[in-house]
Design a protein around this ligand. Sequence first.
Ligand SMILES: [Zn+2]
Length: 449
Amino acid sequence: MAEAILPAVYRGTVLHFLRDPGADDDPGAWELFEDGALAIGADGTVRWTGDWAALPEQYLATVVDHRGALIVPGFVDTHIHYSQYDMIASFGAQLEDWLQDYVFPAERKFADPDYADHISGLFLDTLAACGTTTAGVYPTVHPTSVDAFFAQAHRRGLRMTCGKILMDKQPDAPEFLSDAGVPQAEEHTRRLIARWHRNDRLTYAITPRFALSSSAEQLAMSGRLSREFPDVAVQTHAAESRPETADVLARFPDARSYLDVYDKAGLLGARSTFGHCVHVDEQDRSRLAAAGAAIAFCPTSNLFLGSGLFDFAAAREAGVRVGLGSDCGAGTSYSMLRTLNEAYKVVMLKESTKPARRRTTLSALRGFYLATLGGAEALHLDNHIGNFRPGKEADFVVLDWAATPTLARRTEAARDFPERLFAQMILGDDRSIKATYAMGRPIYTRATT
Ligand SMILES: [Zn+2]
């Protein structure tokens, strides 16, 4: 790995987003510098970005030449399970059986700190090789799994969100993965918050696994903690599959909807990110938007488990923050480019059921917004990362337009930049990643052959 030289100026085609370009690719929402410069200060934050020819002299420093490649902010994966690293691509089950048959036995191994440390390292190497610099990460119920993950992320200087999974309700939390009572789960969570929250770039997230796997008392405790620590994040799953949603409504008859269970427990707030939300209604979306809460849209996972098609257009029209999640191991790729490929198709399928005049499509510009600033907004980290505004932390990715012969030919044939970017979004994957940087330092460089 090359050593970091800071301050530095990275030269290449630079693209970043100031806000959601929306369904019509609002030209004021993004900036593109075909021969661009990204100036990084000695502290690893962005100083300036713009046309190379206009680079102010005060920012001139060591030049790292990425001409011919595309520089975008680091990808943000808003929902992923590092604990499922060894069981991705497990065959043939929908959500609830899949958890029992594959996920829970795999998560049991994380009681061993050495195993947790080993997988944390492999997982973070994999994310870096895919251009992902920030993620909303689910470990296991074991506090050791959080310590191992955060220690590895801290060593690498990454901005990551994670928090011990809370689960104590059989049969949706098996005995061998259950917290031993609410007081102990609370004590473990408090200890981990004290150790890791705001430790450099790390954010703690209160993480009840999902409504069925926590007792009402544990959900209430989670809500209490989130009120006590208002800048600690909340992450959980919501309304992923139809059978699960029906089971939640049967167990919580006073709740209007699945999301309402979390709302009543005090878990639906301005720092909450809910995985999936495939089976939600208008009222849920209005509530999410009013609270400033976010949805992690996990297309490869929703297709893989047959959970359903997320209504992306309705969520954004309602003003809900939306980011992309790979949701590995139910998701099928760590690459946010592959995730965008599937997101595009999910939007196409969902929109095909609507009247023609109301249909929308996921453009490449909007897709790259989702994978960068949109993800940062969904994890409530957009004051630190997500674009190249001066002062932001310089996490970024260098993408190869010619990563494969097919992509190279298609890029050459493209008539304009959005068409080139769409080819990258549909044909790109981890092979597209030339280099990944965190705080201006290289964390991954593709081997040259
Ligand atoms: Zn998940």
